[in-house]
Design a protein around this ligand. Structure first.
Ligand code: XMP
Length: 509
């Protein structure tokens, strides 16, 4: 493994992802972890991330010299580069001119840049710089403002760069990182085949002859988790799919037919549409809707789990927890927080399970690659995020079956056209929202209409915490609008949401 030491910037996850793109397993550890503990993990190499602090400020996280004398190769990036400089006897100072953004780098030589152009664009973000390299180090790059933009001591296995090789704006960033891993002698063996084989082995060891259940949401995480566990323990796994009637067109069929066909999973389907719809009858408040859907979901899932437990003595619950959740909750190895109401949180005391979390080490893009490797249908592997409460929070007003059917049709048209335009993997999410309590006047044929508007809400995002509205091509928007108003009779107006997040959230409720 390669350890990425996180000095508190948002870059650590990016670094870890880039390392994995080089087919090398990487893990993030906090900078507060003692170096002895890091070394005890026997890393093949260590990368020190950037961070918001300046090394000479009181309280800035220091890096002890053992980090650099153990023989494990180290790459310092930005803050990590400056910490390396300071610990090894170089000098770090405040600059008069800070460097932010795209910068011209002049390469002077060195093994990290071997074979790369001497002039490169790199991404900088710093207000301090190294003015003297530690003894034994050779300066390998400069910029107009920064005399030492990179240095190295290959005999000691130590390398540092002031710029950020992990961001895509740095032209040859990925090559620089790959070069470091090669120089460190790390062999690339983190491939989807190996990942699948290793986790299948691990699941078998964990479960033994026990029984497990897994709730399927229709989303990629639970599907890939279930498929892996199925490969590992076959018939000992039962999947539960609660059909709450709030899914989009064909999604339940995808789970019930395509997913089962491609995995051989034993599936228990609960048709709970009636139950959810009657619980939602007359309710218009968004929070109340969410609470009702969450509550009903837990009740239905619990009943199904009890039923299966009664005949099979189930001990394990499969969860699709991903690596970013693990990192964000402190990286501990304890029982994971089961989050968001539509998941199986809040199960009663006497229904406690041990967790199987086969995706705990993976990023979303790795989960998708693994899903492809396991032969899951592309509609599931590439599905965009979809909220647990489903279309229930995309109907502004009371949720009824007629309105759900309407929205399902409009939504299916939007998705179909987006896919046909080849943009479905560029757009993060494309909610279509029915303003069921609003009517507007229109004209169709020769007659007056008084129908409902739908809102198109395509957004681009990296993590759903912030988002921007997608600039979809006008002709695509036109096709969607024409088709929806022609094919969905009750809708006579299509509008586009051009609000970023913040201030608007992605979903309307
Ligand atoms: P908002 O609307 O808060 O949504 O900008 C951010 C992301 O979260 C999804 N979302 C949910 N996902 N259960 C979920 O699993 C929920 O209750 C829920 N509400 C919103 C939303 O689709 C977007 O991707």
């Amino acid at each position: 493994t390669v350890l990425v030491v996180d000095f508190g910037a948002q870059y650590a996850q990016l670094i870890a992802r880039r390392v994995r793109e080089c087919q090398v397993f990487s893990e993030i550890v906090p900078s507060t972890m003692p170096v002895s503990e890091m070394l005890a993990r026997k890393p093949k190499a260590i990368i020190l991330s950037g961070g918001p602090a300046s090394v000479y400020e009181p309280g800035a996280p220091a890096v002890p010299v053992e980090m650099f004398t153990s023989g494990v190769p180290v790459l310092g990036i930005c803050y990590g580069f400056q910490a390396m400089t300071q610990t090894l006897g170089g000098v770090v100072e405040r600059t008069d001119v800070a460097e932010y953004g795209r910068t011209d780098l002049d390469v002077l030589g060195g093994s990290l840049f071997d074979g790369l152009p001497l002039a490169q664009k790199v991404w900088m973000s710093h207000g301090t710089y190294a003015s003297r390299a530690p003894e034994g180090f050779k300066v390998t790059a400069t910029t107009a403002v920064t005399p030492i933009a990179a240095f190295e001591n290959p005999e000691a296995g130590l390398y540092g760069v002031q710029f950020h090789p992990e961001v895509l704006h740095t032209e040859h960033g990925k090559t620089v990182m790959k070069r470091f891993l090669e120089l460190a002698g790390v062999r690339p063996n983190w491939t989807m085949v190996n990942i699948a084989e290793e986790s299948i082995e691990q699941i078998r060891r964990q479960v033994g002859r026990g029984r497990a259940i897994c709730g399927l949401s229709g989303g990629v995480d639970s599907a890939v988790a279930a498929a892996l566990v199925q490969r590992a323990i076959g018939e000992q796994l039962t999947c539960v799919y609660v059909d709450h009637g709030l899914m989009r067109k064909n999604e339940s069929e995808q789970v019930e037919k395509d997913f089962v066909a491609s995995t051989g999973v034993k599936l228990h389907v609960v048709d709970a549409e009636e139950r959810f719809l009657s619980a939602l009858a007359g309710v218009r408040d968004p929070e109340e809707k969410r609470k009702i859907i969450g509550r009903e979901f837990i009740r239905v899932f619990e009943a199904a789990a009890r039923e299966i437990s009664a005949s099979e003595d189930v001990e394990f619950l499969v969860q699709g927890t991903l690596y970013p959740d693990v990192v964000e909750s402190g990286g501990g190895t304890g029982t994971a927080n089961i989050k968001s109401h539509h998941n199986v949180g809040g199960l009663p005391e006497d229904l406690q399970f041990s967790l199987i979390e086969p995706l705990r080490a993976l990023f979303k893009d790795e989960v998708r690659a693994l899903g492809e490797q396991l032969g899951l249908p592309p509609e599931i592997v590439w599905r965009q995020p979809f909220p647990g409460p489903g279309l229930g929070i995309r109907i502004i007003g009371e949720v009824t079956r007629e309105r759900l059917d309407l929205l399902r049709e409009a939504d299916a048209i939007a998705r179909e056209e987006l896919t046909r335009a080849g943009l479905d993997r560029d757009v993060w999410q494309f909610p279509v929202v029915l303003l069921a309590d609003v009517r507007s006047v229109g004209v169709q044929g020769d007659g007056r209409t008084y129908g409902h508007p739908v809102v198109l809400r395509p957004v681009s995002s990296e993590d759903a915490m912030t988002a921007d509205w997608s600039r979809l091509p006008y002709d695509l928007l036109e096709r969607i609008s024409t088709r929806i108003t022609n094919e969905v009779r009750e809708v006579n107006r299509v509008v586009l949401d051009v609000t970023s997040k913040p201030p608007g959230t992605i979903e309307w409720e």
